[in-house]
Design a protein around this ligand. Structure first.
Ligand code: AMP
Ligand code: GLY
Length: 429
């Protein structure tokens, strides 16, 4: 079968790497892909927001399965756009329609969904420009720190944790009155701060049944010991040692089952990934956010641990036959270390030549994120450039491999965190 992956990051390279391992994948297309996906599949220079271009490509290349990597095209209705064309009636798409995608596209909608279905989450209230004075009064009554969240998509930057009333009042002003995040902060969710350890849980659903994929922990801040501004993710690990047995059972019973049933009850036909950001608060799970896609760089540690054929799983997800499939998970540990351009997440340079990607370290895979080809060279083309995944019998071994390989890769001003997974290793001691 011919398959299309929409997107251009490390997540999409990982999908390509895993899909091509299936004998069912005849031709793989990437729109637009990156230097890492060229050669695995065929990169086609169509942007993720160019729905018309994507539709024409699907028709021209006789593509029968589409996997949508990032959230923006889902929130913007790519699913409905493609399926409304008679020629694409039988097209299978992994990724929800606009109604399901609101779980990520609006934090307020997600909150109300959780409240309707009794899913544990932090207490919150939502305010708009009109109710800004009430928001300021409300802030005087809450415990600090407090979390302010832009309602809409803000490229992962829309959450601000305020330590005191002055900071919170100033921030709510900037978000609501001064449109700090454009339209995304026309509404703001003010949410109780949850103290705990975070993890990400991934669910695949065809709208009826579901499969729980390996969990992962993401390292968002740029600096070691989780300091400095947030990034798209500087590394991740799977499995997560504190999230086994009893805790994962609670996640399934209290969060996953009510989420999938909630979608069904509300007649939201959902075929795709649900990425649940959770806080473990003294052994109990609370939902911080829903995303309607896989995480990046979590995909780079989750997919390498899935032994089952990914084409089978994707087809079953999009076709409503997931219950007929068994998910086989590799017990090994996977870790990934993200190599970024110097300066990221602030201003950074593009166009530096990367060397050492081909150097040999067993049990590692380099996934490209922001790269492109220039002649024979691979050059940097984004803030997050590469994700170096290592596999091992335990976290120490996997990390050792990731870091060995990372140390062989060079370009001017390359930077990566040296402490991915350290917090979890300390928990074990
Ligand atoms: P989000 O964009 O929703 O993933 O939020 C970004 C980050 O803010 C999360 O990864 C958490 O570290 C933090 N965060 C979000 N909500 C809360 C909360 N209620 N309590 C504590 N930290 C939070
Ligand atoms: N790594 C977090 C995300 O993909 O949203």
């Amino acid at each position: 079968m011919n398959i299309l992956v929409v997107g251009s990051g490390g997540r999409e390279h990982t999908f390509a790497w895993k899909l091509i391992q299936s004998h069912k994948c005849s031709n793989l297309y990437m729109a637009p892909g990156n230097a890492g996906t060229e050669g695995i599949g065929q990169n086609i220079a169509i942007a993720v927001g160019d729905f018309e271009g994507i539709k024409n490509l699907i028709i021209e290349k006789d593509i029968s399965l589409v996997i949508v990597g990032p959230e923006a095209p889902l929130v913007d209705g790519i699913r409905e756009f493609l399926l409304q064309d008679d020629r694409l009636k039988n097209l299978k798409i992994v990724g929800p329609g606009t109604e399901g995608a609101r779980l990520e596209g609006s934090k307020d909608y997600a909150k109300q969904f959780m409240v309707r279905h009794g899913i544990p989450t932090a207490d919150s209230r939502t305010f708009t420009k009109v109710t800004l004075p009430e928001a300021k009064e409300y802030l005087k009554t809450v415990k600090m720190p407090i979390v302010l969240k832009a309602d809409g998509l803000a490229a992962g930057k829309g959450v601000i944790i305020c330590q005191n009333l002055e900071e919170a009042t100033d921030t709510i002003d900037k978000m609501l009155a001064q449109s700090m995040f454009g339209e995304a902060s026309d509404s703001v969710v003010i949410e109780e701060f949850l103290a705990g350890i975070e993890l990400s849980v991934f669910v695949l659903t065809d709208g009826n049944s579901y499969k729980i994929l390996p969990e992962a922990k993401d390292y968002k801040p740029i600096g070691e010991k989780n300091t400095g501004p947030n990034t798209g993710g500087m590394g991740s690990v799977s499995p997560v040692n504190f999230a086994q047995g009893d805790f994962l059972d609670k996640v399934e019973q209290r969060v996953i089952i009510p989420t999938v049933n909630g979608l069904k009850k509300e007649n939201i036909d959902y075929q795709g990934f649900i990425f649940i950001g959770l806080m473990n608060v003294m052994g109990d799970p609370y939902v911080i956010e829903y995303n309607v896609r896989m995480g990046d760089p979590e995909t780079e540690v989750v997919l390498p641990r899935i032994e089952s054929d990914l084409v089978d799983l994707m087809e079953a997800t999009a076709g409503g036959t997931l219950s007929e499939h068994k998910l086989k998970i590799d017990p090994k540990t996977a870790t990934t270390v993200v190599l970024v351009a110097g300066g990221y997440p602030d201003a950074y340079k593009k166009g530096d030549v990367i060397s050492g990607i081909e150097s040999k370290v067993d049990n590692t895979v380099v996934f490209h994120a922001g790269t492109k080809m220039q002649g024979e060279s691979v050059i940097t083309n984004g803030g997050r450039v590469l994700a170096v995944t290592g596999l091992g019998e335990n976290m120490e071994e996997a990390l050792d491999r990731s870091y060995q390989k990372a140390s062989k890769i060079h370009w001017k001003d390359v930077y990566y965190r040296k402490d991915i997974g350290q917090d979890l290793m300390e928990l074990e001691q």
